[in-house]
Design a binder for this molecule. Structure first.
Ligand code: FAD
Length: 392
């Protein structure tokens, strides 16, 4: 495999790196400390990054976007996540949501969203799947129990549907201008056959954004409850035929997996760099702590896991770019490995920073809080392992 990046890839990666260093790193720790998550949403930074081309990066060229391949998306995400993972998540969540929409929507439905997305630097998209009683079940298609899976109900009425119920942990629930909503049109069959996708463009009568969840990390990337109380959706906003959404999405979910892995990689790299710098400067026993073998070995182990995660991620991205998106094993195994590497690296960084590592003024404290979010995003490790198994 050729690990050489093209000139275009290096240029966009360097642009993202400069934006992260100059605009994200100096400001985001301050936003992270704001008590009210809603006030902390970094609109200004999102707008500035969009103007540099990050929001439109993954929009296919045929719709007027940059049409970057998955490897290029991963390069940009690593850089932006090394600056502020919550800001990079806003962009990459949009790329993932748009990719998912394009896979299941008609041209007419796509064209109701993409032109506005391209001209509005703050356009955010939402994916409304998780509910209080259905999280991992929504990612595990082998559950044949009709009581599993999404229960937000979509009942036919006239030439449309009435939606009732709620969603939970929905990223950018208050900011999104368009949602893909997964609702149950048939509860007598397993969710994989009885769930239908809908487009929702708020505001809508009966649709309400509920509470903002108060997370310990990634605080600038907010999750909300969504409440549906007799929300009318016209048939024109149904995505594909009733009950087909699972079948039409099953081969595209590796994108969400590499997206979460790139976020993990960026946080891990920044943490490693900070720990390395600290170990070179902190003197104990008359010399920099990096010269104490036990600390040097920790740093080498961190470096090895970081490089291994990047290598696997690039392989996963290239395999998607080369048409291998229907094989979940590589992408899912990579995410499991990268999330474990990330949490190893952030924990060791806190250790290397000594007592200062757990003080709120230390940068590793925030990275440690951000890192644990990755256990739950892009599906949990257990779910990713289960999805990788069948192809072993
Ligand atoms: C920051 C963040 C952003 C999110 N954004 C979105 C979003 O935009 N849209 C959206 O729809 N959702 C979103 N989610 C929700 C996320 O997808 C779920 O939290 C995740 O799928 C896990 O579901 P759960 O929280 O209900 O946990 P559960 O499903 O209750 O899992 C609890 C534990 O049990 C394990 N487990 C569950 N089932 C099995 C099984 N069969 N075998 C073995 N172990 C199992 C899990 O791995 C986990 O360790 C987000 C979550 C977070 C934290």
């Amino acid at each position: 495999m050729d690990f050489e990046l093209s000139e275009e890839q290096r240029a966009i990666r360097d642009l993202a790196r400069t934006f992260a260093r100059e605009e994200l790193i100096p400001r985001c720790a301050e936003f992270d400390r704001l008590p009210d998550g809603e006030d902390a949403f970094p609109w200004e930074l999102i707008e500035r990054g969009s103007k540099l081309g990050f929001n439109a990066l993954a929009v296919p060229a045929k719709y007027g976007g940059t049409g970057a391949d998955v490897l290029t998306q991963c390069l940009v995400m690593e850089e932006l996540s090394a600056g502020e993972p919550a800001v990079s998540k806003v962009y990459s969540h949009n790329w993932k949501a748009l990719f998912g929409l394009i896979a299941i929507a008609s041209e007419e439905q796509v064209m109701r969203v993409v032109p506005d997305f391209l001209v509005d630097p703050c356009y955010c998209l939402g994916i409304a799947m998780t509910e209080p009683n259905s999280g991992s079940d929504n990612s595990l298609p082998f559950s044949q129990n009709p009581a599993s899976g999404p229960m937000l109900s979509a009942k036919r009425q006239g030439d449309g549907y009435i939606l009732n119920g709620m969603k939970q942990f929905i990223a950018m629930g208050a900011q999104a201008k368009m949602f893909t909503v997964f609702a149950r049109t048939d509860t007598s069959v397993p969710w994989t056959e009885g769930t239908t996708g809908f487009v929702l463009l708020p505001p809508k009568d009966g649709f309400e954004v509920g509470r903002l969840h108060d997370k310990v990390g990634l605080r600038l990337y907010p999750q909300f409850d969504l409440i549906f109380n007799n929300v009318q959706i016209p048939e024109a906003d149904r995505l594909g035929e009733e009950g087909t959404v699972h079948a039409s999405r099953r081969n595209i979910t590796n994108i969400g997996t590499v997206e979460a892995t790139s976020t993990a990689l960026g946080i891990a790299r920044r943490t490693y760099e900070i720990a390395l710098e600290y170990a070179r400067n902190r003197v104990q026993g008359g010399r920099p702590i990096i010269e104490h073998n036990l600390i040097g070995m920790l740093l080498l182990e961190m470096f090895t896991r970081l490089e291994a995660a990047r290598t696997l991620l690039w392989r996963s991205a290239c395999s998607i770019d080369n048409g291998g998106n229907d094989d979940p094993k590589l992408a899912r195994a990579t995410k499991v490995m990268a999330v474990e590497a990330l949490n190893y690296i952030t924990t060791r960084a806190v250790e290397i920073w000594g007592g200062m590592g757990v003080m709120k003024e230390a940068p590793v404290e925030k990275l440690y809080r951000d890192a644990i979010q990755l256990y739950h995003m892009g599906a949990t490790n257990q779910v990713n392992i289960l999805k990788a198994f069948p192809n072993l």
